[in-house]
Design a protein around this ligand. Structure first.
Ligand SMILES: [Zn+2]
Length: 258
């Protein structure tokens, strides 16, 4: 209700007068539309095996659409994933509400493990919806955002993040710049959308300082059962982390050991 009221108040205001006395507002970059699904892939994103089995057919939200997504399972490493993968973008309102709820729960879960981080990088941040929600639990934390699209520049323009990086964690120049810099790195519904999730996971750990915390949320907001790397926890342990959450959860919190 208050949101509607605030919107009405804003829309009734006089348009800002341009001139020397008007406050300077940074230009907000426009963003082209993103397709819902990426290309179909023949190999497992986690281990590279080509022995894929369809688990649930036609599970995409757009029944009858030309590029429906299905749930597939790797016969070698048991990784379950959506194929073709979803790409980040505007979602239906019900899905958005579910994502917002998960953002709040994830931030709260992290606040119990790491109550006062100074610096936080949200990877695949898009419009920085997650930092916006997390800020209520972490008012003194500096949030930066990284995204392959220019949406993150828009997020910086409206001050949802302090620093914005366009690209991937695995890009060499980005990895070099962010190495060992953050108290928390979050990957919110990100690993399931990238071509090489293990490489991204390692790069995320590279951006953490020793003792820093990693937050990985791999819940698919469209489905009740998880679509996530079975080998996620094992990989984190192999990379020198202590996993602080259970083995079969959608949200994994791990600490990078010194
Ligand atoms: Zn596999």
């Amino acid at each position: 209700m208050s949101y509607v009221l605030a919107y009405a108040l804003v829309s009734c205001r006089e348009p800002p007068v341009s001139g020397p006395s008007a406050p300077s507002v940074p230009p907000v970059p426009s963003v082209p539309p993103v397709p819902s699904y990426g290309p179909y892939r023949q190999d497992c994103p986690w281990c590279g095996s080509r022995r894929l089995r369809v688990r649930v057919r036609g599970a995409g939200p757009r029944q009858g659409a030309p590029h429906r997504s299905q749930i597939e399972r790797c016969a070698d490493c048991r990784h379950v994933f959506r194929n073709p993968p979803l790409t980040p973008g505007p979602e239906r309102s019900l899905v958005r509400a579910g994502v917002r709820l998960r953002h709040g729960l994830a931030a709260r879960a992290m606040s119990r493990r790491c109550p006062e981080p100074e610096s936080w990088l949200d990877v695949g941040t898009g419009d920085a919806d997650f930092p916006l929600t997390a800020r209520t639990h972490f008012p003194y934390t500096s949030f930066d955002g990284l995204d392959p699209t220019h949406r993150v520049l828009r997020a910086r323009a409206v001050e949802r993040v302090e620093e914005a990086f366009v690209g991937r964690l695995t890009d060499r120049h980005i990895a070099a710049r962010l190495r060992g810099r953050y108290d928390v790195v979050s990957l919110f519904q990100y690993l399931e959308r990238v071509p090489d999730p293990r490489a991204e996971l390692r790069a995320a750990l590279g951006a953490l300082r020793p003792g820093g915390h990693l937050l990985v949320d791999v819940a698919d907001p469209r489905r009740l059962f998880p679509v996530h790397p079975v080998g996620l926890n094992a990989e984190l342990v192999a990379q020198g982390c202590t996993v602080l959450t259970g083995t079969r959860v959608h949200r994994v919190i791990a600490r990078k050991d010194a």
